[in-house]
Design a protein around this ligand. Structure first.
Ligand code: F6P
Length: 343
């Protein structure tokens, strides 16, 4: 029986389990054996595998996270890991591999195909929604709704105490969560990584708002946003195996500056990993399910090196390379819409 391996790599997000379930259900229907690889590429290096059957995926549709576990392991980083991965891929007798991940996991998938190591099909995921070649990644909608609900909650306390509340959301290179949660939650100022923060401008917008009688403001900032001519605020200088630093802290810096320059009492709320948790929204469950089914179809058609993607409302396939070539940053038309409501 032909075998398909499936792994989930990088930051987890709601919607991964619906993909795993769909791959197993569709794969078994098509006569494949499905092998689950634990903790991303790490599982293939360490030969940490489990057989996935209908029982293993029963009841996982509404669960956040991933039943396979995940890691940020890069098999191209440590000497000897790639060879171990190759050996285990062969030993297990995998005919194809479905790699579910963001820019890093799919970047590895793309290299493995080029190097002739494995027959990979990609499935895009990230709460950041910053992958090119797909209109949406699953995980984003759930994170967006979580952030919006938090902004709603912060509104009532900001209003009662007549405070400014700075809400720091995730978004390393692209401000999709910040801009969309900010629009949906009625933020008074939104800062995204794509546009450097002009603190003078931010404070004057807030002061103007307060001069027309408002006694509170909500400022949304993406963790990857930077001050004009300034550096990103880092939580840790340590790099992960893909060379990423840990972001976080821009909210505190921004809050400090706002309070100092406007004289309005300010608080900061960092949403952090809460945005990656919880049960997937209907949108993410459906998108994950559609992606999983399509991924098995791509394996069946031997369309390796391809990634499933959403274009409009259609599930299509695109070269994995295209998705990892450049990041999809916030559409400036959307930013202009958000700006109408600043102040
Ligand atoms: O997966 C994307 C992301 O959620 C980014 O928005 C964030 O910068 C990063 O992951 C956090 O990673 P970690 O879980 O390793 O702290």
């Amino acid at each position: 029986m032909a075998k398909i391996g499936i792994l989930t790599g990088g930051g987890d997000c709601p919607g991964l389990n619906p993909v795993i379930r769909a791959v197993v259900r569709k794969g078994i229907n098509e006569g494949y054996e499905i092998v689950g690889i634990k903790n991303g590429w790490k599982g293939l290096i360490e030969d940490d595998l489990i057989k996935l059957d209908l029982f293993s995926v029963s009841g996982i549709l509404p669960k956040g996270g991933t039943i396979l576990g995940t890691s940020r392991t890069n098999p191209y980083k440590k000497e000897g890991d790639l060879q171990k991965l190759k050996d285990n891929y062969k030993k297990t007798g995998l005919d194809a591999l479905i790699a579910v991940g963001g820019e890093d996991t799919l970047g590895v998938a793309s290299k493995l195909i080029k190097d002739g190591v494995a027959n990979v099909v990609g499935v895009p995921k990230t709460i950041d929604n910053d992958l090119s070649a797909t209109d949406y990644t699953f995980g984003f909608d759930t994170a967006l709704n979580t952030a919006m609900e938090c902004i709603d909650k912060l509104h009532t306390t900001a209003e009662s105490h007549h405070r400014i509340i700075v809400v720091e959301v995730m978004g390393r290179h692209a401000g999709w969560i910040a801009i969309e949660a900010g629009i949906a939650g009625g933020a008074d100022v939104i800062h995204i990584p794509e546009i450097p923060i002009d603190i003078e401008e931010t404070c004057s917008v807030i002061k103007k708002r307060h001069s027309r009688g408002k006694t509170f403001s909500i400022v949304v900032v993406a963790e990857g946003a930077k001050f004009k001519e300034g550096q990103m605020v880092l939580q840790e200088e340590k790099l992960d195996s893909f060379g990423h630093v840990r972001l976080g802290g821009i909210g505190d810096k921004l809050g400090e500056e706002i309070e100092k320059r406007t004289g309005f009492e300010t608080r900061v709320s960092v949403l952090g990993h809460i945005q990656r948790g919880g049960t997937p929204t209907a949108f993410d469950r459906i998108l994950g399910t559609r992606f999983g089914v399509k991924a098995v179809e791509l394996v069946k058609d031997k369309k390796f090196g391809r990634m499933v993607a959403l274009t409009g409302n259609k599930i299509v396939d695109v070269p994995i390379e295209e998705a990892v070539k450049e990041l999809k940053t916030v559409d400036m038309e959307l930013y202009e819409i958000a700006k109408v409501f600043f102040g």
